[in-house]
Design a protein around this ligand. Structure first.
Ligand SMILES: [Zn+2]
Length: 508
């Protein structure tokens, strides 16, 4: 009897865990048994491995081969990722061994094999490498396309060896092929958004652009109210580009979430996500679900922007379901097979028409809605969601020519590039002061951070009376005023900061 083993990793949601592939070869009936994989995946893996071994010019051992994926009871979502480690251990457990079993010590492998023995990329390699970084492995063999993801996940704890085929992997392990540890291209690291969406390209709507900058600086959620064609979507799309670049840790986390929903290879997601689910999106699509729990839109927007256009058109229960995850910044999806928790720390931008027909307050067309219908429309937005939104901006219809025009001069004062460093500084000041962005300040902390003088308090009280602001509304004004001051690097909130915050709270 001969035994060989190699390290690998199993996927579970957006995470992974280390496991060992152990092969035991004994005499007797010619058969291959795999313990620890679901039946269908098992049959396919067994067939691919046998074919790949033979097509690569090795002999497949006689007798009974038992493959054990330990821990056996743990779920394995990706059967194909074990082809390469199974093939390597089978070769090391054959007699005489094609591969010295001792050379598999502290080695891990992941990858699918084609019937001809080519190494094919698998999903979840980033998470797998992160899990293996906590073990004592020295080297991870992966299909070449997966090398970047593996290298990012390794955090320098082990070498990543890209391989093209089973024979290639054997050569690396036997030391025949020189090791070519993968060098990560620095261009793969996170950077500033390169989507070309610049705030300067939005013509007019000065106060809306200002609100967007403030939202970026303080982490405030934002609601745009305006008729069709007033630029709500255009503005929302430019928020992610105003935020500071992702850190490497954030980019790794975002990539893990997205890789779970994409097939095939993965590279690092370098930019903050922008997600705009349609109002017909199901509950599961929004918050996550499926027989195998998968992240929903709220998690796909993690560290980026979730844009809910035509907010009142969303199902009430769908909006209500957002309440808890938006508050706790994580969402737990429970299914009979497994339970997964996904992060969802995002910035929310909502948009709605001023009334069902969309033309209330529009000079171009007459609104035909009854006041009751308009009220009911606005009332469809759930209270808890509205409570989150610090900034509310009313937009006027902008003539199409002015919005899209190439002839209208770009206003360099609004260039995203110009605002980005100021926004980053404002955020740093907030974190240094209170440990959180202003949008997350508790009520008392918001009052403290603003240090209003008697005159300012009086002014705020009058504004609250005039605009029927609740206590909660006043706190929102304070949070926003603090951000306005932070953008100007002012220690104290000024009267103008307060006035602007009131304006942006009461619908601009
Ligand atoms: Zn109307």
């Amino acid at each position: 009897m001969a035994i060989a083993k190699v390290h690998s990793a199993g996927l579970e949601g957006i995470s992974a865990y280390p496991l060992e592939v152990e092969v035991n070869s004994a005499g007797g009936v010619q058969q291959t048994k795999v313990v620890g994989l679901p039946d269908a995946a098992l049959r396919e893996a067994r067939d691919r491995v046998r074919s790949a071994v033979r097509a690569s010019g090795y002999s497949y051992p006689d007798g009974t081969i038992t493959v054990n994926l330990a821990p056996a009871q743990r779920r394995k979502e990706e059967g194909s990722a074990f082809d390469l480690p199974i093939a390597l251990t089978v070769l090391a457990a054959s007699r005489p061994p094609t591969l010295d079993p001792r050379k598999l010590e502290r080695v891990a492998a992941l990858g699918e094999l084609s019937l001809s023995g080519r190494a094919r990329p698998v999903r979840g390699v980033l998470a797998a490498a992160q899990a293996l970084a906590a073990t004592d492995i020295r080297r991870l063999l992966v299909p070449r396309t997966n090398a970047a993801a593996a290298s990012l996940g390794s955090r320098g704890q082990f070498e990543v060896c890209p391989v093209d085929s089973l024979t290639d992997a054997v050569a690396v392990i036997q030391g025949v092929r020189p090791e070519e540890p993968f060098e990560l291209d620095p261009a793969l690291l996170p950077g500033t958004s390169e989507d070309g969406l610049d705030l300067a390209d939005v013509r007019g709507a000065e106060h809306a652009k200002h609100a967007l900058v403030i939202a970026a600086a303080g982490g405030h959620d934002l609601l745009f109210v305006g008729p069709p064609g007033s630029g709500k979507t255009m503005l929302a799309r430019r928020l992610a580009g105003l935020l500071p670049p992702l850190t490497v840790e954030e980019a790794l986390e975002v990539t893990r979430i997205h890789a779970g929903t994409l097939a095939g290879s993965q590279a690092l997601i370098r930019e903050r996500p922008f997600r705009a689910p349609h109002h017909t999106a199901s509950f599961a699509a929004l918050v996550g679900g499926g027989t195998r729990p998968m992240p929903g839109e709220v998690s796909l927007a993690h560290k980026g922007v979730l844009f809910l256009d035509e907010l009142p058109e969303f199902q009430t229960y769908a909006l209500d379901s957002l309440r808890e995850p938006l508050e706790s910044r994580t969402i737990t999806v429970a299914r009979s097979q497994s339970t997964q928790t996904f992060p969802c720390d995002l910035q929310l931008v909502c948009a709605m028409n001023p009334c069902p027909c969309g033309y209330f307050g529009d000079a171009r067309r007459e609104c035909r809605c009854s006041s009751l219908a308009a009220e009911r429309y606005a009332g469809r937005i759930s209270g808890p969601l509205k409570d989150r939104i610090d900034l509310q901006v009313t937009l006027r219809a902008v003539p199409f020519s002015a919005l899209a025009a190439n002839d209208a001069p770009r206003d360099p004062a609004w260039a995203s590039e110009h605002w980005r460093p100021r926004i980053a500084e404002a955020r740093a000041a907030q974190l240094a002061r209170g440990g959180v962005l202003n949008a997350r300040l508790a009520d008392e902390a918001a009052v403290e951070a603003c240090e209003l003088n008697a005159a300012q308090r009086g002014m705020l009280a009058r504004a609250a009376d005039r605009h029927l602001l609740s206590g909660r509304g006043v706190t929102k004004v304070l949070r926003v005023a603090r951000t306005v001051a932070d953008l100007e690097a002012r220690e104290r909130v000024s009267r103008e900061d307060l006035e602007l915050a009131v304006f942006l709270r009461t619908g601009g």
